[in-house]
Write a protein that binds this ligand. Structure first.
Ligand code: IPE
Length: 267
């Protein structure tokens, strides 16, 4: 079995455009989702998928302060409903894209399989994933709002779901398809001499964290690339091969799922 996360920055327009201060709201990148779905359709063996929320989740979650962990009372129900519906809207668009490409998926909404505690996963129920896999379906989960036993509601990122899936299923491989080639030693958008790190080790990560800050352009309420690296490190420490690759580059996702070496960062 392999687990794949399609980042919100891959299947939605998430980053602030050059010259604009506005982060786009709810922009599905149909062509990119379509080409990822076509590559997933050719993957060998069982698959579990996760996708991010991108501009369907981060913008409003930020606006309503849903990411804040020092809240004393739950956020307004209107805010919860809006964000919850928006991420489901994206999920349905993605499910339809999968369907059109012959991937028989079924949505597994995190708010019924996960509870959080102070903004972190407290319980994860893998039962539905198992049952759906037995029925030859591809379970598809996504970044969502979930019940939080201390905060009432909080954000559960797709990256954290990937870690829970890795723990529960010990898959052959965990792949994060992003809109960049992998992890760089400095920000490639600012520094044109930035070098891609082909193999990340805990030592290399420690060296990097001295300089790496979460400074993604646009809004990211779940920690951006820094958090992703932490999750990948944690998945690798379970003995599961983990790769961050560029899902916009044709063929890379398909090759990686077929066990071929691709350009990306391996953990
Ligand atoms: C975020 O999920 C969920 C919400 C903002 C509600 P992710 O953290 O997995 O989304 P991306 O991949 O960064 O867009």
């Amino acid at each position: 079995m392999q687990i794949v996360k399609l980042g919100g920055s891959l299947i939605t327009a998430k980053r602030t455009r050059k010259g604009s201060r506005q982060t786009p709201l709810k922009m599905f990148r149909a062509a990119q989702a379509e080409s990822a779905a076509a590559e997933l359709a050719r993957a060998p063996g069982p698959l579990v998928l996760v996708h991010g929320a991108g501009s369907f989740g981060h913008v409003k979650a930020h606006k309503y302060g849903l990411h804040k962990r020092n809240r004393t009372r739950p956020p307004k129900s209107k805010a919860i409903t809006e964000v919850s519906n928006d991420v489901r809207e994206l999920n349905l668009k993605f499910m339809r894209t999968l369907e059109e490409n012959g991937v028989h998926g079924i949505s597994v909404p995190p708010n019924v399989t996960i509870t959080n505690r102070k903004g972190k996963i407290n319980s994860f129920d893998s039962k539905f994933y198992k049952k759906y896999l037995e029925l030859d379906l591809v379970p598809v989960s996504f970044g969502d709002l979930v019940y939080d036993i201390t905060l009432g509601i909080s954000i559960c990122s797709g990256d954290d779901i990937m870690y829970e899936l890795a723990k529960a299923f010990k898959p052959e491989r965990a792949v994060f398809a992003a809109d960049v080639d992998g992890v760089y030693d400095s920000d490639p958008r600012i520094n044109k001499n930035a070098r891609l790190i082909a193999r990340m080790t805990p030592e290399r990560f420690k060296e990097l964290t001295c300089g790496v800050k979460n400074e993604e352009p646009g809004i990211d309420v779940t920690g951006g690339m820094y958090r992703k690296i932490e999750v990948c490190e944690a998945i690798a420490s379970l003995g599961v091969e983990c790769i961050i690759l560029n899902g916009l580059k044709k063929g890379r996702l398909k090759k990686a799922l077929n066990g071929e070496k691709v350009i990306g960062t391996y953990f």
